[in-house]
Each structure stands twice: as C-alpha cells, then as structure tokens.
Design a protein around this ligand. Structure first.
Ligand SMILES: NC(=O)c1ccc[n+]([C@@H]2O[C@H](COP(=O)([O-])OP(=O)(O)OC[C@H]3O[C@@H](n4cnc5c(N)ncnc54)[C@H](O)[C@@H]3O)[C@@H](O)[C@H]2O)c1
Length: 331
C-alpha cells in the first residue's frame, strides 16, 4: 500500500463521493494520504460522509455534474478525477430516462472537458460490466468482446466510454474506463438493490428469498476492493492507461445466482428459496479479468461469503436497520 509523502501533493476529485462506492473510496484515499474533494448533489443525503467531514484533507462541495459552473469550481487545483456520479442501475434510469442521460452522459462530458482544460492527471471513469448484457457464459468475455446492453443505464455507460476513448486520442487527456463487477458489502450508503446485499437482508428478515433466473452469471466484488482498485490505478503512470478499458473485478468472483444463494445458505443456515425461472432478469455475463489482474498485481481481500457475514453482522447488531433497507432497496 502506498502511503508515501507524494500523495500529500495530490488532490483527488471524487464525483458521487457520497454514494455507496464513493463513501468507502474517500475513506481509503484519505487513509493513503491523498487530499480528497467530493462533488455530489446529495441525492441520497450526506450522512455517508459525515464521519469524514472534519478530516483536514477532506473537502465537500455540493453541486451537480451537469452544471458547468459547479464542475469548473470543483476542479480548481485538482490533480486527479474519479468520476462516480450517476443514476445507477436499470430501474432508476427507467424512472427518468431524460435526466439519466443528462447526468450519466452529458455530466461526464462536462466533467471531462473541465478536467482536460485544467490538465488533470488520471481521469478514472466508473463504467459497468452490465454493458455486456447477455453473453454466452461458456467463455468469459474480454474487454473487446461484443457489448449487448439491455438497459438505458448500460447504454449511457457505453456512450461515455466511446466519448472518452475519442477524447484520449488528443494526447493531453488520460481517461481510463473501468467496467466494474456488481458490488457487495457494507458502506456509508449500503445499497440494497444489489444481489448479495438484498438477498442477505431478505434471508435474515423473512427466512425466504425469491430468485429469478438463477442460472444467470454475474461477476462480484467487495466495495472495499473497489476502493483498492482505484487507489492502485492512481499509483500507475497515467500515460500507459489513457484510453484503455478494463474489466474491473476478479476472475475468481464470477458466480451464478444459484451459487450466491448457496454462499448465503452456507453462512446463515437454512431459509426458504423460491426459484422462478422466467425471463424477468435476462442479464447473464461471465467476465474475463486477466487484463486488470496483470496490470494491478493485487488480489481480492474479501470473498462473497465475507460480504454476507459482514452484512449479516451489521443487521444483527443494529448498525443497519429496516429503514436503511427501505431507503436503499430497489424501488
Ligand atoms: N455499485 C455497483 O455495483 C456498481 C457496479 C458498476 C459500476 N458502478 C458505477 O459506480 C458509480 C458509483 O456507484 P454507486 O453504487 O456508488 O452509486 P450511488 O447511487 O450509491 O452513488 C451515486 C452518487 O452520485 C451522486 N449523484 C447523482 N447524480 C449527481 C449529479 N448530477 N451531480 C452530482 N452528484 C450526483 C448521488 O448523490 C450519489 O451520491 C456509478 O457511476 C455506477 O454506475 C457501480
């Protein structure tokens, strides 16, 4: 881990830093000595950041990535950008397609233009493995495999990737596209619209879960491992990364939903499982992570079972409550 003095000179702008991934990432960046500035409109409130607010290397700017003045002001003095702000997930994007395109696509353009003008170093974009949509799961898909998005959410991510790939060709801008696996684990805003977290919660509360299309594949990674991937990326020379797309996760963490349910059964003990094999959830993708594993040279800290045990402990101790579940579940 790099906690060297040179991180003192780097100010990392994290858009969407008050969210699920961002709140853990900011803590990890501060721990490694970076200065951190969050730009977030606080769509889900600011609580996830309250523990960091009085850290002397932390700044919070309330603003919107679609408002040019907000973005330009937040970019002042920044050395690197980690862009997380978005409407996240298929259902939330369907609820307001126009605003989702504005935030996910135009917000990214505005941020990228401002970052380029200010000559920032790394520009790390949060894309998603859901860009692959439906694949032949016999062979894990590589970065140059066919994209088959089944949602507006994935389409906005693919459009951003194309825009950023082109922007990288100018030679004075260094965007990297990270197609992340589905996250799990406890964070400042623990999302319950994610498979591992929501199944664990429902199994504990109801002693029963409903699983659709259980043979569908998906890659997973812990929210802390996401933060570790970002931190490692910041340590690498930006020139070699510019314009590159990486699947971001681990080869050993591709699972079917049936396997995820089995992990939860292993950790929590018996509960009822209703298996519904309809086409409700068409997505299925197994992903190849050799490119990023070779680049980063790190391995996962947390398994899915670790994540299940962590979520269960947070619920049993009252750290996470029904209110958290209600606020952050799929609506
Ligand atoms: N969580 C996952 O499993 C996962 C997987 C792949 C990719 N990603 C990507 O990672 C990023 C972060 O995901 P997350 O799970 O932390 O989501 P999240 O919904 O918890 O966080 C998103 C944050 O962005 C902020 N935001 C939204 N619109 C904004 C705007 N216009 N201006 C400023 N801030 C705004 C919200 O207030 C929120 O704090 C997203 O880009 C998402 O697409 C997430």
């Amino acid at each position: 881990m790099n906690r060297s003095k040179e991180n003192d000179d780097r100010l990392v702008l994290v858009t969407g830093g008050a969210g699920y991934k961002g709140s853990t990432l900011c803590r990890e960046l501060l721990f490694r000595g970076y200065r951190v500035r969050v730009l977030d409109c606080l769509m889900y409130g600011g609580r996830p950041l309250s523990g960091l607010f009085n850290h002397d290397k932390f700044e919070f700017v309330r603003g919107d990535v679609t408002v040019r003045q907000d973005v330009e002001a937040a970019m002042d003095g920044v050395t690197d950008v980690i862009h997380l702000a978005a409407i996240v997930g298929d259902k939330p994007c369907e609820c307001d397609p126009q605003r989702s395109i504005e935030i996910n696509y135009y917000g990214t353009q505005i941020l990228a233009e401002a970052a380029r003008k200010k000559k920032v170093g790394h520009f790390l974009f949060a894309s998603s493995c859901s860009n692959y949509g439906i694949t032949d799961s016999a062979t894990p898909i590589k970065e140059d495999g066919e994209l088959n998005p089944v949602s507006l959410y994935a389409e906005t991510k693919i459009d951003c990737e194309r825009y950023l790939e082109n922007a990288a060709k100018t030679g004075d801008f260094f965007p990297v596209m990270l197609r992340f696996s589905t996250a799990f684990g406890v964070s400042g805003r623990t999302r319950f619209d994610l498979i591992v977290n929501s199944f664990t919660y429902e199994a504990l509360r109801d002693k029963r879960i409903i699983v659709y299309a259980e043979e569908g594949w998906r890659p997973f990674l812990h929210v802390l491992d996401i933060a570790r991937i970002y931190c490692r990326m910041l340590e690498l020379p930006k020139e070699g990364l510019a314009g590159q797309i990486y699947n971001a996760g681990w080869n050993e963490q591709n699972y079917t939903k049936r396997q995820i349910v089995q992990f939860i059964l292993d950790v929590l003990g018996e509960f009822e499982v209703d298996r519904i094999n309809t086409v409700e959830d068409k997505r299925s993708y197994r992903v190849d992570f050799f490119k990023i594993e070779k680049l980063l040279g790190i391995t996962p800290l947390k398994t899915v079972k670790d994540g299940v045990a962590e979520i269960a402990a947070a619920i049993r101790t009252g750290l996470l409550t029904e209110q958290d579940f209600e606020n952050n579940k799929l609506k």
